[in-house]
Design a protein around this ligand. Structure first.
Ligand SMILES: Nc1ncnc2c1ncn2[C@@H]1O[C@H](COP(=O)(O)OP(=O)(O)OP(=O)(O)O)[C@@H](O)[C@H]1O
Length: 254
């Protein structure tokens, strides 16, 4: 059984089918790419998968259970987590607080419902903070824990978004153009890190990315969207040489 199964998913905005009859399947512990020209429907698909939009038709199932129709927080609790194309950090909070806020509601409840500052409360708080530091270490950002998010270099801000998503212990992580706006060095570093994260946490990652070299380098399979429809699916090698994709994605220039 696949971890996440998307069947005949459609989202209409008025007369426009932004996502049209999409079938997609993600297994446990794999890194899959989602590419396509501007306006192809990639972000809309992420918004459907995370409950931001309700599907017009079709089904999304996590571990065999239908999740469409559920609220975004509920879907997040079930293990689907995402980053956004535009950075959405709390700019005036520290790196530590940005990640603590993102932790699962279950963890938050046990922390904040404890009105008395019991030893258990402090222990839990310390555990959560340690977890944040451990996550930051992956990105070599542990020494920036007390900095305000707005004072981080751009590349670190994007990495902090990923740390926030990881702090929720996701089963599936959706990364929406994580390298957008990064310089080549930052992109190279991130490419390596995405692979490391996937292996370390044994999670499933679906990656939207415009940087083709990044997608080709890290993913095992790639889905290609055009005008809301999946027009191709295969290994990076297969996608690279797929005529339909070359035509759609590169506008026939290649
Ligand atoms: N809330 C909305 N209302 C109406 N139309 C929308 C809405 N969101 C997206 N669209 C339209 O749906 C289509 C798909 O948009 P979407 O942002 O999902 O594409 P994308 O593949 O993520 O593009 P990009 O690579 O530029 O981010 C576009 O034509 C867009 O204008």
């Amino acid at each position: 059984m696949s971890l996440l199964e998307v069947t005949n998913l459609t989202k209409n905005f008025g007369g426009l089918a932004a996502v049209s009859d999409v079938n997609l399947s993600l297994s446990q512990n794999e890194l899959v790419g989602l590419i396509g020209p501007n306006g192809a429907g990639k972000t809309t698909l992420f918004n459907l998968l995370t409950g931001v939009y309700e599907a017009s038709e079709g089904e999304i199932a996590l571990e065999g259970k239908k999740i469409n129709g559920m609220k975004p927080y509920k879907i997040a609790d079930l293990g689907l987590s995402r980053t956004f194309q535009n950075i959405r950090l709390f700019k005036d909070l520290t790196v530590m607080d940005n990640v603590l806020i993102a932790m699962t509601s279950k963890e938050k409840e046990s922390l904040f419902s404890s009105l008395l500052r019991t030893p258990t409360f402090y222990k839990k708080e310390e555990e959560m903070k340690q977890k944040v530091v451990d996550l930051l270490k992956i990105f070599h950002m542990e020494d920036k824990v007390d900095l305000l998010a707005k004072n981080l270099p751009y590349g670190d801000q994007r990495c902090l978004e990923i740390v926030r998503a990881l702090a929720t212990n996701p089963k599936v992580l959706f990364l929406d153009e994580p390298a957008a706006g990064m310089n080549p060095q930052e992109t190279a570093r991130l490419t390596k890190l995405i692979r490391e994260i996937q292996e370390k946490f044994q999670i499933t990652i679906l990656l939207i990315e415009h940087d083709m070299s990044l997608v080709m380098e890290v993913t095992e399979r790639i889905y290609v969207l055009e005008y809301g429809k999946i027009i191709a699916h295969g290994t990076p090698e297969e996608i690279k040489s797929n005529e339909r994709v070359i035509e759609a994605y590169l506008g026939g220039e290649a």
